[in-house]
Design a protein around this ligand. Structure first.
Ligand code: UD1
Ligand code: MG
Length: 453
């Protein structure tokens, strides 16, 4: 682990026009998490002590997002978008506050998949004497990336694709956009990037050539291509998602989960799967899901903000929404939706039910088609079902309502009043049977059809 102090500057003011989106580019998500948050988590894990983020003028959504997710970050506004060097200079107030950091990392908010250990390798190279280090990669298709021109392990310059001649375009060693610069050199290097290109943009990448020209030690540290996909359009967003998923699936399996068809399982950045969890094909884990050891998530289920305890079975075709807590050994079956509800140990809700704003006690059996009517159009109300209850099929529980331990509800009941423990509640019309009336009705109808009625 590098020991020098470190300031990370994340550039997030670009327009991202190729996303064709009302949402700022850096708030688009990979693995259920905004691109910017991935980058911030990485620099923190790589040991950055201070964080500065450069945002665009009027980027209120980014500002509000950071206030909630990274309140320690200093925010700097790049009033006009005049390129990556110009953006980095917008954070100038952070450079020497309180003193120049030994390592300044400049990263792009649109490059979410870089791993902390790769950033640490860059910092190690700085600790070993480099003044300016760029993370590079051998791109299978370098189109759109700046190319790294090297001489041995020395970085000579970075050439943007727009400015590259055919020979330079043939270079596959590409710029990830992540750069480490010794803090004391930074303001001067950035200010030296005076030569605006044809479009009036100031390129951060020009810092490499200026530093090399001054005899400073410039270097490239390479990493795997899969970490460096930069997102400028929706196709690259999808490519990054695919890379993220491949990584998350591999990590889940390495952690002891069985994924029967891993390519069909979608995970989030924070999905936690215990040991010996089995995930059948076509399951989606939205953010906030934890699954305990030995639980089974069967095919075609969707889980979000939910906790599944060890040994529970969820699905096939189940939906767990935020606040669903499924207890040890509980069963949640097909076409069952659970929201903001605690299902205790060994309870079973196996078919076609909606359980929302509720608690279901241990070993309770909830019959097919049971619905909690939790919403009156304005307010939400709670349903409390005790332990060892038998909820008859097609029970409609009109909340707020409580069913005591050991009680029964008759199938088809509409339960509007509390049911005491061990009671049996009937909330349905009594059946009437009229002998012969069915036959008489049928004969009358057939006679009418034949025109004799
Ligand atoms: C940039 C690099 C390129 C590298 C690629 C890696 C430059 C000049 N080019 O190109 O060498 O291979 O990333 O993905 O650095 N931004 C601002 N203000 C600006 C312009 C950009 O904050 O005025 C931010 C953007 O929000 C983005 C990042 O800087 O997060 C990079 O800008 P982008 O326009 O995506 O540059 P690329 O063309 O991808
Ligand atoms: Mg980019």
């Amino acid at each position: 682990m590098p020991t020098s102090d470190c300031l990370a500057v994340v550039l997030a003011a670009g327009e991202g026009t190729r996303m064709r989106s009302a949402l700022p580019k850096v708030l688009h998500k990979v693995g259920g998490r905004p691109l910017l948050d991935h980058v911030i988590a990485t620099v923190r894990a790589a040991g950055a002590d201070r964080l500065a983020v450069v945002i665009g003028a009027g980027a209120d959504q980014v500002r509000a997002h950071l206030a909630a997710t990274a309140p320690d970050a200093s925010l700097h506004v790049q009033a006009e978008r005049r390129g990556t060097a110009h953006a980095a200079l917008a954070a100038r107030a952070a450079f020497a506050d309180p003193a120049p950091a030994a390592h300044v990392l400049i990263l792009f908010g649109d490059t979410p998949l870089v791993r902390p250990q790769t950033v640490r390798a860059l910092r190690d190279r700085m600790d070993a004497g480099a003044d300016l280090v760029v993370l590079g990669f051998e791109a299978s298709d370098p189109t759109g990336y700046g190319r790294l021109v090297t001489d041995g392990d020395r970085l000579v310059r970075i050439v943007e694709e727009k400015e590259a001649d055919a020979a330079t375009r043939a270079i596959r060693l590409s710029n990830s956009g992540i750069m480490g610069i010794r803090g004391a050199l930074l303001p001067d290097l950035l200010e030296s990037i005076g030569n605006a290109n044809a479009k009036g943009e100031f390129y951060l990448t020009d810092a490499a050539e200026i530093a090399a020209g001054r005899g400073l030690v410039t270097a490239v540290v390479t990493g795997p291509e899969a970490e460096f996909v930069g997102i400028n359009d929706r196709a690259q967003l999808a490519a990054a998602e695919a890379l993220f998923q491949a990584r998350a699936r591999a990590a889940a399996m390495a952690g002891g989960a069985t994924l029967t068809a891993p390519e069909t399982v979608f995970l989030s950045h924070d999905t936690v799967l215990g040991r010996d969890v089995t995930v059948e094909p076509n399951v989606v884990f939205a953010p906030g899901v934890t699954v305990g050891d030995g639980a089974e998530i069967r095919a075609f289920s969707h889980l979000e903000g939910a906790t599944v305890a060890p040994g529970a079975i969820v699905g096939p075709y189940a939906r767990l929404r935020p606040g669903a807590k499924v207890g040890p050994g509980a069963h949640i079956g097909n076409f069952v939706e659970i929201k903001n509800a605690t299902i205790a140990e060994g309870a079973k809700i196996n078919h076609l039910s909606y359980i929302g704003d509720a608690s279901v006690g241990a070993r309770t059996n909830v019959g097919a088609g049971t619905i909690t009517c939790n919403y009156d159009g304005v307010f939400k109300h709670a349903t409390v079902i005790g332990a060892g209850v038998f909820v008859g099929s097609q029970t409609t529980l009109v909340a707020p309502v409580t069913v005591g331990d050991g009680a029964f509800t008759a199938a088809g009941s509409v339960i509007t009043e509390d049911v005491p423990a061990d009671a049996m509640a009937f909330g349905r019309a009594r059946q009437a049977v009229k002998p012969g009336a069915g036959k008489a009705k049928r004969e009358a109808l057939l006679a009418r059809k034949a025109g004799k009625g």
